[in-house]
Design a protein around this ligand. Structure first.
Ligand code: NAD
Ligand code: SAH
Length: 413
């Protein structure tokens, strides 16, 4: 079947975006040069379910250059960029994706991707894996293995593995140092504010920002909010993370107390109903809510709609909800990932690390699947160190090496 995209005439514009990011993805470039020669994925069918913007398109091209037949679908209804999808389709990658898919289209595209009979899958958030363990479980036996990009997807995989139901090996790319330390923290830190600022055209300085969740993403978003001049409040459910936030200089409060103080709320927890009716009831007029965590469940949209006497779109990606008492509350990007639905996602140099790791994960599955069990694997130290060394070198930094004397000293009993 041919690609299903919005408009192939957008391909040149999308190609410009892909060519731009290639200039800033040195590690992926090195892997691309190597794999284009050796073609280790020759004959393999791959399905990549991810946010389809320029960096993802380049990853798909690298995997294609490595010999694979690659099919790409979106991992979020609002993060596909139609020009990039067109460009990718024009380069011989099969694409089933467009911006603003309905729930039915989103699922149908996943089904169409599975119809290509993948050997290896790359998932982001776990929707593809979930389909392979439900409606399309008949296909699971063909899958050699796959990799998962994000925290919540890994949680879902671990739940499957713990209950003995995981049907093929999966590599938790999210849990690599070269992924979460940089992507979740600095990537989300920058791209969330990029998304919020370009969407609202409002200041951050002087505002009270409430960050829900002080995990890797929350730390990045809080750090950058502080740098932009905001007063930052953290909400948490984990006492250790809460102490960390206090020692990092932030105020920690339960959401119920933070709710009446915040000007901008950002959720990054992976949990549902982090902001719901009782919080919305006490929010200040003009409060803005954005999610950069998981799907559109962190801010309860049904509660917001039920409380509102009217609602309207006031600007692209901003919906205004007028409460019965006249307060106006704003929801960005339909409560979906604000950095990807209302921006270009993480910066390019960051995705260079994440996607180089994805490439190694796919190669690992292709080469080692016969030795792998139906488990969730973390990436090997060799893979992490290789990517880190390549990146450091590309960034022009050198580090010290242990002398043999030092090695001996460090290993002395
Ligand atoms: P994490 O596990 O490091 O952090 C999540 C934090 O949220 C934890 O500290 C946890 O205690 C806290 N938490 C959970 N439920 C909570 C609640 N109800 N109220 C307050 N705090 C709560 O995870 P992470 O790597 O920071 O990822 C967070 C979410 O963001 C995940 O869903 C992940 O998939 C997603 N993510 C998004 C992007 C992006 O581009 N927007 C990037 C990476 C990860
Ligand atoms: N698919 C779910 C899960 C969150 S996705 C959802 O849409 O809600 C979060 C992942 O998006 C992160 O792990 C990050 O690696 C990835 N991401 C962030 N910026 C990206 C970009 N520019 N291109 C592709 N993926 C990106």
């Amino acid at each position: 079947m041919d690609s299903i995209i919005r408009d192939i005439s957008l391909a040149p514009q999308g190609m410009d975006k892909i060519n731009w990011v290639k200039e800033f993805m040195p590690v992926l470039n090195i892997l691309n040069d190597e794999l284009s020669q050796t073609k280790p994925l020759a004959g393999k069918n791959l399905v990549v379910t991810m946010h389809l913007e320029a960096k993802t398109a380049y990853l798909a091209l690298v995997l294609k250059n490595a010999g694979a037949n690659v099919t790409v679908t979106g991992s979020n209804p609002l993060s596909t960029q139609d020009d990039v999808a067109a460009a990718l389709a024009s380069q011989g990658v099969k694409v089933f994706a467009w911006y603003n898919t309905t729930a039915e289209e989103y699922e149908d595209f996943l089904h169409k991707a599975l119809d290509t009979k993948p050997d290896i899958i790359v998932d982001d958030g776990g929707d593809l894996v979930s389909l392979l363990h439900g409606e399309r479980s008949e296909m699971a036996g063909n899958i050699l293995g796959g990799s998962e990009e994000t925290t919540t997807g890994v949680l879902r995989l671990r739940a499957l593995a713990d209950s003995g139901r995981l049907k093929f090996p999966m590599i938790a790319v999210n849990d690599a140092y070269c992924k979460y330390l940089f992507d979740n923290r600095y990537g989300t830190g920058q791209s969330t504010w990029d998304g919020i600022m370009r969407t609202t055209n409002l200041t951050v300085t002087g505002k009270t920002v409430v960050v829900a969740g002080y995990g890797w993403c929350g730390k990045g978003v809080a750090m950058r909010a502080k740098g932009l001049g905001a007063n930052v409040i953290i909400t948490e459910i984990d006492p250790i993370k809460a102490i960390e936030a206090v020692f990092d200089g932030f105020t920690v409060l339960p959401m119920q107390e933070a709710a009446s103080r915040g000007d901008i709320f950002v959720t990054l927890t992976g949990c549902k109903d982090v902001i719901c009716r009782r919080h919305m009831e006490v929010m200040k007029p003009g409060a803005l809510m954005a999610n950069a965590g998981h799907f559109d469940v962190e801010i309860n949209k049904e509660d917001l709609a039920a409380l509102a006497k009217s609602r309207r779109t006031v600007r692209k990606n901003i919906e205004e909800f007028v409460m019965a008492d006249g307060r106006k509350l704003y929801l960005l990007a339909e409560g979906r990932l604000v950095n990807l639905a209302a921006g270009d996602g993480h910066p390019t140099e960051i995705m260079d690390l994440s996607f180089a790791m994805q490439t190694l994960a796919v190669l690992h599955i292709a080469g080692k699947h016969a030795e792998l069990d139906k488990k969730v694997y973390t990436v090997t130290a060799d893979m992490d160190n290789r990517i880190a060394a390549l990146k450091l070198n590309a960034m022009g930094f050198c580090i010290d090496r242990l002398t043999s004397d030092q090695v001996e000293y460090l290993h002395k009993a």
